[in-house]
Design a protein around this ligand. Structure first.
Ligand code: ITT
Length: 195
């Protein structure tokens, strides 16, 4: 049995490949198929994840899992949120620089934020009952980047329980406690119950 991972983000693919290994199925990269870029024009993580999973099903003929995720910063009323990947229009480094500028001089107690992850599983493109699982991860935004692991906003995301940024966490630790880990645990459970 094969499932397509409907993502072009290498960081997500690396993490999901490891976290979902217990599924015992072959996880195929969407780059193995001709899946075109789809417009992520939904208003929620859920809608965008469904859009991506559906396109992957359509073009692969296989079931698909999509991840739509992002960073919600309280001081910015939840921005960048569903726009996290394209916040600056200049990739991860530009996104992090823009976020630091937006929070410049803001005291620690006001720098609260969380990562959100929605995972959607579709059996086929017309599947009327997608499995939808969600996970979040609380932290706060640092004043300067720390660490080399992970991807995206990880160097700016301080994880209070671990006392370091999520880019300083060994991947096995991030993959146990992150928003993606939590959403994945729920998805593994839901998939285990469904045949
Ligand atoms: P796909 O749509 O191809 O999966 P994408 O990067 O465009 O890739 P999203 O629209 O879901 O995906 O954007 C998610 C962004 O949120 C991602 O680019 C990061 O900037 C950020 N993000 C999500 N999870 C993260 C994590 O674990 N660590 C750091 N940043 C994360």
């Amino acid at each position: 049995r094969s499932i397509v991972l409907a993502s072009g983000n290498q960081g997500k693919l690396r993490e999901l490949g490891r976290i979902l290994a217990p599924l015992g199925v072959t996880l195929r990269a969407q780059s193995d198929f001709d899946v075109p870029e789809v417009a992520e024009d939904g208003l929620s993580f859920v809608e965008n994840a469904i859009i991506k999973a559906r396109a992957a099903c359509q073009h692969s003929g296989l079931p698909a899992i999509a991840d739509d995720s992002g960073l919600e910063v309280d001081y910015l009323d939840g921005a960048p949120g569903i726009h996290s990947a394209r916040y600056s229009g200049e990739g991860d480094a530009g996104n992090n620089a823009k976020l630091l500028r937006a929070l410049e001089g803001l005291p620690e107690v006001q720098r609260t934020a969380r990562f959100q992850c929605v995972l959607v599983y579709l059996r086929h493109a017309q599947d009327p009952t997608p499995l939808i699982c969600q996970g979040s991860w609380e932290g706060r935004i640092l004043e300067a980047p720390r660490g080399e692991q992970g991807f995206g906003y990880d160097p700016l995301f301080f994880v209070p329980e671990e006392g370091c940024s999520s880019a300083e966490l060994p991947p096995v630790v991030k993959n146990r406690i992150s928003h993606r880990a939590r959403a994945s645990a729920a998805l593994l459970e839901a998939l285990g119950q469904r045949r």
